[in-house]
Design a protein around this ligand. Structure first.
Ligand code: PLP
Length: 496
């Protein structure tokens, strides 16, 4: 059966994988979903001995069916190379009662690298396949980590430019410094006075602006998206869940077919959706534990069946999860609505007009694979301190949200199944919050003083990505109002 992608809001809008990657968002504002979830075609007994790159091919080739074997293998080889500081690419560390799947060994020390190091290669390959004309302009809204990872991925890739919007006061100092020091003649970084949702809504508007798209086309450009709505982001993220299971099976930690729980610190719902797709592919995943910070829209949704974004936006120490509209949830909504595009479109209309929608009891019944909970700021900090003291392992704030939620889950259910926690950022990226959580006395240190102290107490080397920041010059200093996003894009591209 041929696999294709269709919009969650209009099934008639069908494209190939490469076209979906090029386009990012469907024309009607919906998200592309695969026509079915393919099964893994290799046995765990084979997978257990495979490298990350080999596993990536086995998983991705099932979804990206119009890429040739050579095309896909070239993309994989170009992405998962020495940019990662470990051959394992995504190593597992046991600490306390769980396994931490470290997804932060790439160029920008956060999990976004897992997908964004391959996306530019998938995209330029897709452009060639489709004889797409015009320079690709990547437009991205970021809550911190995506921006830098996308910039690093696309910098100086021929035939592309990248414009990143970030909330001026909504990212960590290290995250901001990482972005504004980005090199590459085709990179642009713009701060906006607003929060992440403002940035994301603004970018979505630009994508949907027909007149603007027409003007760009005439000037020789075409928009594309590197946000986690792009299936070229989603599919590479399925890989590490398959890989984690295979490695735990290979080590004898899991018996064949034994269930493994997965805990994911969640923002836009991309990472946990990838875990869900891994489960649908046949990986024996038990519970999908969705962890939120104090922006707990998803926790409330799993509990009540109502998705309600009408609430105060909280700035937390896990800024990459400070999100009130989890875009990728739409793909799950579509699925539990029985692949009903009209129903999905109606929910999304309600969300955009009223900020809230409620699923039916039948749909809610299909969510039993998921467990949602959240961790407060105090609980998050306490978890960092606990794990450091009890297991001598330092985790970042996002991972700590997941770790704290896992403890709640275990206490509530008594479920002691082998559990993997997605560890989404290096503690060095959020050094102040992490060190504060361990001991308030560190607060007097400056940013790099904290980094050095973190290195000392954890016995880990300062990652190259942080080391470089000590001396990097600021190359981007544009800040605009949230209603000026369109004009700044035109100015950057020199379109009248
Ligand atoms: C992006 C991000 C998340 C949230 O991932 P989603 O796929 O948006 O749910 C969690 N932690 C970190 C460090 C991130 O960068």
């Amino acid at each position: 059966m041929e696999l294709f992608y269709s919009s969650t809001r209009d099934k008639a809008e069908k494209v190939t994988a490469s076209q979906a990657i090029l386009q990012g968002l469907a024309q009607d504002g919906g998200l592309y979903v695969p026509s079915y979830i393919p099964a893994l075609s290799v046995d765990m007994d084979v997978l257990k001995d495979m490298s990350y790159q080999e596993t990536a091919y086995e998983v991705m080739s099932r979804f990206l069916t119009d890429f040739s074997e050579k095309e896909l293998k070239d993309c994989i080889a170009a992405a998962y190379d020495e940019k990662f500081d470990t051959k394992a690419i995504a190593p597992l560390k046991k600490a306390g009662e769980a396994y931490y799947l470290e997804l932060f060994h790439g160029a920008t020390i956060a999990f976004k690298d897992m997908a964004l190091s391959i996306l530019p290669h998938l995209m330029t390959t897709a452009a060639k396949k489709n004889q797409a004309k015009g320079e690709i302009v990547i437009l991205t809204a970021t809550s911190g980590d995506t921006g830098k990872a996308a910039l690093a991925g696309f910098a100086d890739v021929p035939g592309t430019r990248i414009i990143v919007f970030y909330p001026k006061n909504g990212v960590s100092p290290v995250q901001e410094k990482q972005m504004v020091t980005q090199k590459g003649a085709n990179t642009y970084v713009v701060g906006i006075h607003g929060n992440f949702d403002d940035a994301q809504t603004g970018v979505k508007k630009l994508f949907g602006d027909k007149a603007l798209n027409e003007e760009l086309k005439e000037a020789g450009f075409r928009f594309s998206s590197a946000n986690s709505i792009n299936i070229g982001r989603l599919v590479p993220q399925i890989v590490y869940y398959v890989y984690a299971y295979a490695k735990l099976y290979g080590a004898g930690t899991l018996k064949k077919g034994e269930a493994m729980n997965v805990v994911v610190p969640t923002g836009n719902f991309g990472n946990i959706l990838a875990a869900y797709y891994a489960k649908e592919m046949g990986v024996p995943i038990g519970k999908l534990i969705c962890a939120s910070n104090e922006n707990k829209v998803l926790y409330d949704f799993f509990r009540t069946g109502s998705y309600d974004r009408n609430r105060e936006f909280v700035l937390t120490t896990s800024p990459s999860m400070d999100i009130l509209i989890s875009s990728n949830l739409e793909r799950l909504i579509y699925k539990i609505a029985g692949a009903d595009d009209a129903k999905d479109a109606a929910f999304m209309k309600e969300l955009s007009e009223k900020g809230v929608y409620t699923i039916s009891p039948e749909m809610k019944e299909k969510l039993t694979d998921f467990y949602g909970n959240y961790a407060s700021e105090e609980e998050t900090a306490a978890e960092i301190a606990r794990l450091y003291k009890e297991a001598d392992y330092v985790i970042d704030t996002h991972t700590a949200v997941a770790s704290a939620v896992y403890r709640k889950y275990r206490q509530e259910t008594g479920d002691e199944a082998v559990t993997v926690i997605a560890s989404t950022a290096s503690p060095y990226k959020f050094a102040r919050s992490v060190m504060d959580a361990i001991d308030k006395k560190y607060d007097v240190l400056d940013d790099f003083g904290l980094v050095d102290e973190l290195s000392r107490i954890s016995g880990t080397a300062v990652p190259k990505a942080v080391e470089e920041l000590r001396t990097a010059p600021v190359l981007h200093d544009t800040v605009v109002e949230k209603d000026e996003m369109k004009s700044i894009v035109k100015k950057i591209l020199n379109v009248k």
